[in-house]
Design a protein around this ligand. Structure first.
Ligand code: HDE
Length: 678
């Protein structure tokens, strides 16, 4: 692999990339086309002729443009990038891409929602997929994770049931991309291993501000294997350099209408602007001897490893620096699979992981139409690949010679196998013993302790959001029996939580008591995340005749720390200050909305009229109610009604430098939860 500058995957993809601009229009057979507007007819007003091969080819291809969308994670968006390890991980793993800090490994990352179909809104309350394909010199390694570290179920056999329950109900195909309906909650109440994951799903984690601001988790326990063949258990984490941040639920629902592409647009624009999203790769490592040292089973995918007990070591960084050229060819056709591993990485016996190892290839066969999907440009490894697999739909490789079997003498028994010492993959030789049983280990039976741990770790605002989420979701459930079952179930997690939402939905309070866990894990709260102003979008509400000397330096300083002020006025064009400064307007009140911004800076302007005032006040009030930072000039203060000006996160007038400093701090804080919203 070439490092620095060149990227082996990019070079490979370029061979398959074509630019049709400036070229002659041809059929797929390469025949130049003389007419592309009129089909061939028997007479000007006559029927179309069968022999019009150009028409038939064009129409047939069009008729077959669609492929089945992913059964889950249908709506997604992806980007290219690179991964670098900080220092050799030799002690734990022999994986080639984790040895040399000077090496850059190309990656392709797809983010997704889970339940919605391909055209659904991106701000659904849902887990997010976070899949990474590392194109290593030893083959492709896929880390197919989520932004939530645990899962709903403990055994893969229940996955079809879970997905049937959360997808739109089959009799009327409603609701789209939402879990707020009877079948989902009926599944939850009757499959209580889901309690921990549901807590995450009802939390702010399920409505991220951006793909650039969410964590990723491998979920399962995997194994690292070193050169000596020694194994360690490992959990994978992605930590976003910008911190983990979310929107509020009311905002999420409005964004889905105002800009259903909000997350992909955010990612696309960040990369186009050169604000490359970065994530650190973290690992939690346990020796084999420590397998039974915990009050949970490390093979249970409904459990996390508390970071305070088993620290996350940061071992490398991934930077997404290139948008795709074609969403279908790359994002849609990419085929991830947790079973795509390289020497040095191996599986554990987590029964969910074991089932996934079957499902992913199987699904690609229907989705991508046959067994040759590994030949699609986005899926090809950057290292050579040779074997005796042949033929099938869409085969591209032209394998020479008569030999397509192993063992052989006619081809000197090639392609030949490689010993483990020379880099051949050898499965970790774990000793396994047991009866064939359909059963679940006793050690998997505590469903509530970590759900309570999560609840205990939340801030006051985060707890309030969770109560609201349950109240919303169950408020949409029609069956009183299902509602009550869910209340009773979550009484095991927290009586405070279950009593609160029982009250909101008119159910009886839960009976009994909760798990009694008092421990908390500060790492689980987004309150404790990194807070930076970089790449935050600020709506600058401005009319003509504003005070340029006051405003221009503020805008310049915001830009200097990476904040993106966007000029918002009544109409497009320019707004002029009384002292000759002109600003180009980016958005009007019609094309933008407060939910599409992180903060507001109200400049106003003396010539503003009543409509301006009305629209600007509405905009500001909404941003305020979503706890967003607000800055206002002396003049702009007139838009702050209901004592907003004395609220947390609202910065007004004053000395220029001090004002800007405070505004930047308020923006970095992301949201001001201690604000009284009226
Ligand atoms: Fe998946 N999952 N999954 N999943 N999953 C798919 O594969 C499946 C699970 C995840 O961007 C499918 O190519 C089973 C956990 C992501 O292309 C399918 C089980 C985690 C993506 C499938 C799980 C994930 C998928 C559908 C339970 C987090 C999107 C399309 C045993 C660690 C990949 C496809 C992309 C996609 C099966 C559970 C993450 C059907 C059977 C746990 C990020 O094969």
């Amino acid at each position: 692999m070439k490092s620095n500058g060149s990227n082996s995957k990019k070079d490979q993809l370029e061979k398959f990339t074509t630019d049709d601009r400036g070229k002659k229009l041809t059929t797929n057979q390469g025949v130049k086309v003389s007419e592309d507007e009129f089909s061939l007819k028997a007479g000007e007003r006559g029927p179309t002729l069968m022999e019009d091969f150009h028409f038939r080819e064009k129409m047939t291809h069009f008729d077959h443009e669609r492929i089945p969308e992913r059964i889950v994670h249908a709506r997604g968006f992806a980007a290219h990038g690179e991964f670098e390890v900080y220092e050799s991980m030799k002690k734990y793993t022999k994986a080639g891409f984790l040895q040399d800090p000077s090496k850059k490994t190309p990656v392709f990352v797809r983010f997704s929602t889970v339940a919605g179909s391909r055209g659904s809104g991106e701000l659904a309350r849902d887990a997010r997929g976070f899949s990474t394909k590392f194109y290593t010199e030893e083959g492709n390694y896929d880390l197919v994770g989520n932004n939530i570290p645990v899962f709903f179920i403990q055994d893969a056999i229940k996955f079809p049931d879970l997905v049937h329950a959360v997808k739109p109900e089959p009799h009327n195909e409603m609701p789209q991309a939402a879990s707020a309906h009877d079948t989902f909650w009926d599944f939850i109440a009757n499959n209580q291993e889901s309690a921990h994951m549901v807590m995450w799903k009802m939390s702010d984690r399920a409505i991220p501000r951006s793909f650039r601001m969410m964590e990723g988790f491998g979920v399962h326990t995997f194994r690292f294997i070193n050169e000596e063949g020694k194994a360690h258990f490992v959990k994978f984490h992605w930590k976003p350099v910008l911190g983990t941040h979310s929107v509020v639920w009311d905002e999420a629902q409005k964004i889905n209408g105002k800009d259903p592409d909000f997350h992909r647009r955010d990612l696309w624009e960040a990369i186009e602007n050169g604000d490359y999203p970065e994530y650190e790769l973290g690992v939690q490592i346990l020796s084999e001897e420590e397998e039974f040292h915990f009050d949970f089973d490390i093979l249970d995918p409904t459990k996390l490893w508390p970071e305070e007990d088993i620290p996350v070591q940061m071992i490398g960084k991934m930077t997404l620096n290139r948008n795709v050229d074609n969403v279908f060819a790359e994002t849609e056709q990419v085929a991830f699979h947790p079973g795509h591993v390289v020497p040095g990485i191996d599986f554990s016996n987590d029964p969910l992981l074991q089932g996934r190892l079957f499902s992913y290839t199987d699904t690609q066969l229907i989705r991508l139409g046959g067994p040759n999907f590994h030949e699609l440009p986005i899926n090809r490894p950057v290292c050579p690949f040779h074997n005796n697999q042949r033929d099938g739909y869409g085969r591209q490789t032209i394998n020479k010679g008569p030999i397509s079997y192993h063992k052989n003498s006619l081809g000197n028994n090639t392609p030949e196998t490689t010993s483990e010492a020379e880099g051949g993959f050898k499965h970790y030789q774990e000793k396994v013993e047991g009866h064939k049983v359909r059963a679940r280990s006793e050690s998997f039976k505590d469903h509530f302790s970590q759900a309570t741990l999560f609840w205990n770790s939340m801030s006051k605002a985060e707890k309030a959001h969770i109560i609201n989420a349950f109240s919303f979701e169950l408020g949409k459930v029609k069956s009183a029996s299902v509602q009550q079952q869910v209340v009773d179930m979550f009484g095991n997690v927290s009586m405070e939580l279950a009593t609160s939402f029982a009250d909101a939905i008119g159910a009886n309070p839960p009976q009994g008591e909760d798990s009694g866990v008092t421990k908390s894990s500060p790492a689980l709260s987004q309150e404790n995340t990194v807070k930076k102003p970089t790449t935050r979008k600020v709506a600058v509400i401005i009319g003509s005749d504003f005070n340029g000397t006051e405003v221009k330096p503020v805008l310049d300083e915001l830009k200097a720390v990476g904040i993106q002020p966007k000029i918002l006025s009544e109409k497009l064009g320019v707004v002029k200050s009384t002292d000759g400064i002109e600003l180009e307007v980016d958005h009007t009140f019609l094309t933008a909305d407060s939910v599409l911004f992180d903060a507001v800076y109200i400049v106003s302007g003396s010539k503003e009229n009543k409509t301006f005032h009305k629209q600007a006040t509405y905009f500001t009030r909404e941003a305020f109610s979503h706890y967003k930072p607000i800055g206002a000039t002396e003049e702009g203060k007139s838009l702050l009604v209901d004592k907003m000006d004395s609220s947390p996160g609202v910065v007004c007038g004053g000395e220029k430098k001090e004002f800007t400093k405070k505004l930047i701090q308020a923006i970095a804080a992301h949201r001001h939860w201690d604000r009284e919203v009226v």
